[in-house]
Ligand binder design. Structure first.
Ligand SMILES: [Zn+2]
Length: 308
C-alpha cells in the first residue's frame, strides 16, 4: 500500500516538472537507470529523444554494488531516475537523500505490481533472506518487464508530451515483443516433464511462478549463501528423485558449485549431466542484448524442463 501512494506522488512530481525539462541539456531528456535492463528499456522507448546512463556497470554483481560520487553527480543532473524497486537497490534511498531531487521524477518500476516474496520463489526454504523480503528479480520475466516498461513509457510522455506519439509508437513495439515472448514461454513450457530447475543464484522465481515450475538454488536469492555439504546433498537427491539432468548457471556468477553438483550427480547415477546458461540480463553477453537473453533463456529452459 505504501508503494502505491509513492507512485502517485511520483507521477504528480512528474507533471510538475514538465515545464522546465525540455530546455535542459541538448534538448534530450536525461535519464539515469540503476542497471542495464532498465537502461535498455528506457532507450528502446526513448530512442534518440532520451539520453540514458546506467549506474551499475554492465555485467557486474547488482546485490552488493555501492554508488560512487560520480553516480551522485549523474543523479543530480538527471530529469528522471528509473529503478527496479522490490528491494534490489538498497543503496538508493541513501543516495537520493544526499542529492537535490526537486523536480526529478523517481520511477519505481515495480511499485504496485504483484511481487513475490522470497519464500514463494524458492522450491525449498533455502537461503537466509529475511522472512517477508521481496524477490527483486522481476526483469528476468518478460511478463513483469512489460509492466515495468509501461511505467517508463508513461513517465517519458509525462516529462516530454511533445514527443508523446514518438514514445507511444516505440513503447507499443517493445510491448509487442515482450508480450509475444511471454506467449512463447507459455506455449514452449506447457509440456514440461520435469518439476523444476537447479540454478546457481535463485534469480528465476518470476519465471518459475508464471510458467509453473520450481527453482532450487545453490547460493540463494540474495546470492550470499555458502551452501553446506548437506545443501548440496539434498540438491543431488532432488535431482535423482526428479530425474533432472540439466543444471543452470548465469554467466555473472561463479559456476563452481554447479560443477561440483554435476560431478556428484554423474558419480552417483552415471547420467550425462548438462550445464546450460540462464542469463540474468545484467549487460550484453555472448552478443545478446537484454531481450536476446530472455529469448535464449526460453530455449535453455525447454532443454531442461521439456526435453531434458
Ligand atoms: Zn540476483
Amino acid at each position: 500500500m505504501v508503494a502505491v501512494s509513492i507512485t502517485i506522488v511520483i507521477i504528480a512530481i512528474g507533471a510538475y516538472a514538465m515545464g522546465g525539462v525540455p530546455n535542459s541539456g541538448e534538448g534530450k531528456l536525461k535519464v539515469v537507470a540503476t542497471f542495464y535492463p532498465l537502461a535498455y528499456i528506457t532507450q528502446e522507448i526513448g530512442g534518440d529523444r532520451v539520453s540514458v546512463r546506467s549506474l551499475i556497470p554492465y555485467n557486474s554483481e547488482v546485490h552488493s554494488w555501492q554508488p560512487s560520487v560520480a553516480d551522485m553527480l549523474a543523479i543530480e543532473e538527471a530529469d528522471a531516475v528509473v529503478f527496479n524497486g522490490a528491494g534490489l537497490e538498497s543503496w538508493l534511498n541513501n543516495l537520493l537523500g544526499s542529492v537535490n531531487v526537486t523536480g526529478k521524477v523517481l520511477v519505481d518500476t515495480t511499485a504496485g505490481l504483484d511481487l513475490l516474496h522470497i519464500e514463494e520463489s524458492e522450491g525449498d526454504d533455502h537461503g537466509h533472506a529475511h522472512e517477508g523480503d521481496l524477490d527483486p528479480h522481476t526483469w528476468v520475466s518478460p511478463y513483469m518487464a512489460e509492466r515495468q516498461a509501461e511505467r517508463v513509457y508513461l513517465v517519458l510522455v509525462d516529462l516530454d508530451p511533445t514527443n508523446a506519439a514518438y514514445y507511444r509508437q516505440r513503447w507499443e513495439s517493445l510491448r509487442d515483443r515482450l508480450s509475444s515472448l511471454d506467449n512463447a514461454y507459455q506455449s514452449g513450457l506447457a509440456n514440461k516433464t520435469k518439476p523444476g530447475i537447479i540454478v546457481s543464484h535463485g534469480a528465476f522465481g518470476y519465471l518459475a511462478h508464471r510458467y509453473g515450475f520450481e527453482q532450487y538454488s545453490v547460493i540463494g536469492i540474495s546470492a550470499d549463501r555458502q551452501p553446506s555439504v548437506q545443501d548440496l546433498t539434498s540438491l543431488v537427491s532432488k535431482m535423482i528423485e526428479s530425474n533432472i539432468s540439466v543444471l543452470y548457471v548465469d554467466p555473472a556468477y561463479s559456476d563452481a558449485y554447479i560443477v561440483t553438483l554435476r560431478s556428484e550427480l554423474e558419480r552417483q547415477t552415471g547420467m550425462d549431466v548438462k550445464i546450460l546458461k540462464l542469463y540474468l540480463g545484467l549487460g550484453p553477453s555472448d552478443g545478446k542484448d537484454y531481450i536476446g537473453q530472455l529469448e535464449s533463456n526460453l530455449e535453455s529452459l525447454k532443454d531442461g524442463l521439456v526435453k531434458g
